[in-house]
Design a protein around this ligand. Structure first.
Ligand code: AMP
Ligand code: MG
Length: 412
């Protein structure tokens, strides 16, 4: 048996699912906070939201028409008032009378049905009902028919979108109890990096990761508290990371984690944090480092933009879901391969376009060449298809797992 020192164990190639389990077991729920309803869009609800009252609270008309007594056989009726939405008038429907009523208005006393205006005719002060039968309760929304007091309206962990905002507003959910946004800092490292606005020089490339990661993390519901290029010298980079670790829930670095790398991230993480793993049986994205310092998660992403974004999709977004109580691992579906696919020596996450046909079947086609520096493979991609290594190629028509990262198209 060979001696497995701690460094060897850190560099053991972990299966992506094992690595994800390590990340999630080190991730805990963030505290909740109150925000105004007008600020709640996109946030994660932190407590079950229940109806404080029935809806509707009063029997309400669903039509513009006339409130009547259903079994009143009078050939025509005196119109004794008009009931608009908003306030109950002081009038009563009695046999031989009707009250004109608007949609959403409370049913006046005495009435038990509404006849829609299309089935009526007005002559002088009277209304004639052109309907053979009027059902009791016709065109009326009864008390509590939509929602009963105490009913669960939105479960904790839901992302607040337009429908949730409407429900919260209707039931007095202002302010709203939401999860605090994860505070994230993003540090690009590498001597070769220039800002996008700077002119290129020989040997230099532009720092795309910082902006890409900021966009991905904001879309995932994070608050970016710092994003920039890290200093190239250890005795400046290390204190910056110390500060970011103490201010952030998640610190993300990119670059400087490859084997035999001259960069600084790996030794600094060994110094400042508990490193959990440094390599994953994953393509692209093998040299992904994961460490914790207290409750703060630190992801040392590879510099390669494709590898970095795959790392975000699989690991960082999962951690954010767990921190906000909105889920855990990525959403996985089964898809049919649209084309023959050659496996590699690691579990490959191919950027792909998944379409859904009329019968709901999902088919995936890789989004162009899968080279790990070709960020264009992410443009328009809505899934990562999971291709585990094996002896033989994968054939079109086989089923594989895919992680959804965008909207499904119809493929028509
Ligand atoms: P590294 O992980 O530092 O070995 O970097 C791997 C590859 O990604 C190299 O080609 C780097 O030039 C490139 N790279 C590193 N950081 C960035 C960045 N912030 N934006 C774009 N490419 C980068
Ligand atoms: Mg580098």
């Amino acid at each position: 048996m060979t001696f497995q020192g701690p460094e060897e164990e850190l560099d053991r190639l972990r299966h992506p699912s094992e690595a994800l389990a390590v990340v999630l077991s080190n991730t805990s729920l963030l505290p909740s906070e109150h925000v105004a309803l007008s600020e709640a869009s996109g946030r994660i609800l932190a407590a079950d939201f229940r109806a404080a009252h029935d809806f509707p609270l009063f029997p309400a008309s669903t039509m513009d028409g006339y409130a009547v007594i259903s079994d009143d056989g009078s050939p025509w009726r005196d119109v004794v008032g008009v009931q608009a939405a908003g306030r109950l008038i002081d009038a009563e429907v009695t046999p031989g009378t009707a009250i004109k009523i608007m949609t959403g208005a409370p049913l006046p006393m005495g009435a038990d049905a509404v006849v829609k205006v299309e089935n009526t005719e007005v002559a002088d002060e009277h209304v004639i009902i052109h309907q053979e039968f009027v059902e009791p309760g016709e065109s009326i929304r009864q008390i509590g028919s939509d929602v009963k007091a105490g009913q669960l309206l939105i479960a904790a962990g839901a992302r607040i979108g337009p429908a949730e905002i409407g429900m919260l507003a209707a039931y007095g959910g202002d302010p709203v109890t939401v999860r605090r946004k994860p505070r994230v800092s993003i540090v690009s490292t590498g001597d070769e990096l220039l800002d996008p606005s700077e002119p290129l020089e020989p040997g230099k490339i532009r720092d795309s990761n910082r902006f890409m990661l900021q966009s991905a993390l904001e879309a995932a519901g994070a608050e970016i508290i710092w994003a920039g290029k890290g200093p190239d010298v250890r005795d400046q980079l290390e204190p910056l990371l110390v500060k970011l670790i103490s201010d952030s829930d998640i610190v993300i670095t990119s670059g400087g984690v490859s084997m035999g790398d001259l960069d600084l991230i790996k030794p600094i993480l060994m110094d400042l944090a508990t490193v959990h793993f440094r390599r994953i049986f994953l393509k692209p994205g093998k040299p992904l480092n994961f460490a914790t310092a207290g409750p703060t998660l630190i992801f040392g992403l590879p510099g390669n933009p494709v590898s970095a974004l795959v790392g975000v999709e699989i690991f960082i977004k999962s951690a954010i879901r767990k921190m906000t109580g909105s889920g855990d691992g990525p959403q996985t579906v089964r898809v049919t391969l649209g084309r023959d696919t050659e496996p590699t020596d690691r579990v490959e996450y191919q950027r792909a376009i998944v379409t859904v046909d009329q019968d709901g079947r999902l088919t995936a086609v890789a989004n162009g060449p899968q080279g790990s520096s070709r960020l264009a493979s992410f443009l328009g991609a809505n899934a990562l298809i999971v291709i585990p290594p094996r002896e033989t190629r994968y054939f079109a028509g086989e089923m594989v797992d895919a992680i959804l990262i965008g909207e499904l198209g119809s493929g028509i």
